[in-house]
Design a protein around this ligand. Sequence first.
Ligand SMILES: [Zn+2]
Length: 340
Amino acid sequence: MIHGAGDIRIETVPDATIKDATDALVKVTSACICGSDLWPYKSMEASEHGNRIGHEFIGLVEAVGGEVTKIKIGDLVVAPFGYSDGTCEFCHEGLQTSCVHGGWWATGDVDGGQGEAVRVPWADGTLVPLPVGEDDALMPSLLTLSDVMGTGHHAALVARVAPGKRVAVVGDGAVGLCGVIAAKRLGAEQIIILGRHPQRTSLAQEFGATDVVAERGDEAVERVRELTDGSGVHSVLECVGLGESIETAIKIARPGGAVGRVGVPQDAAIPGSRQAFRSNVSVGGGPAPVRAYIEELMPDVLEGRIEPGRVFDRTIALDAVPDGYRAMNDREAIKVLIDF
Ligand SMILES: [Zn+2]
C-alpha cells in the first residue's frame, strides 16, 4: 500500500476472490517495482486509507470463474500492466490499453500487483500462460513482458525503428534499457543511449548501444548531431517523460524522423512542438499495449535471443518492498524484483 510520498507499507487487505464469471484468481509468484511507481512515491499527498500499488506480476492460477475458457487452474501466467477483455474492437486492433472494458491494477476495487494474490478481470483476454515452471531461470526476463520490455518495444515501433536506421534512446532506466534491446532486435544500425549513470549505460552497451551521450539539454543535442553526421537520428525512444527529455528527444530527431514517447508525461504540453512541426518530426506514443507484444517477444526470451531480465539488479522479499522503493528512488537499484 502507498499512503503518501515516501510512505510504502505492508498491510493485510481483504483476500482476493472471484467476483465475476470472467475473473481468475492468481497467486503471485514474482512481481516488481516500476519506474512509474516512483511518481506517486515522489509526490503523492498523504492519504488516510492509502492505495494499492503495483502492476507487473507473474503468478499461478488458483481459481477461475465459470466463463473462463482459455486460462486453466494451475497455469503459470504473466499479466500485462493493464487488463483487457480481448474481444472489443481496440483489443482486436492490438491496442488493449484502450479496451472498452479494460482498466488498471490497483485502481477502484482491483487488486495491486505488489501483493500475494490478485483478482484478474477478463482473465482470458488479459493473461498469457508461460510454458515454463515458476522456478525457471528465465523468470526475470519473462516478468519484463508485463511492462518494461513491451514498453521499450512500443517506443521503438512508434519511433519507426527499422533495419539500418539511426536510433537514440532518451533515458537509462529499465524502459530505456529495454528500448535499446528492442531497437537492436528491430535491426537498428546505430543506437545512442542518453544517460549519465555509468552502470546503466554500460548495460545499455551490452544490450547493443553503440554510443553513450552523458550530456543533457543543448549539449546532448550537439553531441548527438556530431555522432550522426550533423543531421540527427531517424528514431527517438523517449523513456523519461520530463519536459527537458521530451524537448531533447524532438531536437535530436532528423527531419522526417519520429519520436516514440512512453515516459509518462509530467506536463500537459509538449515542449519543442514548433521544432517538430518545422522538421516534419512525428511525435506519438502512449501507454504500451504490452498485451499485444507478449506472444511476439516471448519466443526471443525463451530462446535466449534477448535478456531483458538483466535490468533487475536486486531481488527482495515482500517485507523489504518499502526499502526497494527507496533504493530505486535513490538510483541505488535499476529495477527491483519481488520474489514471493
Ligand atoms: Zn477490449
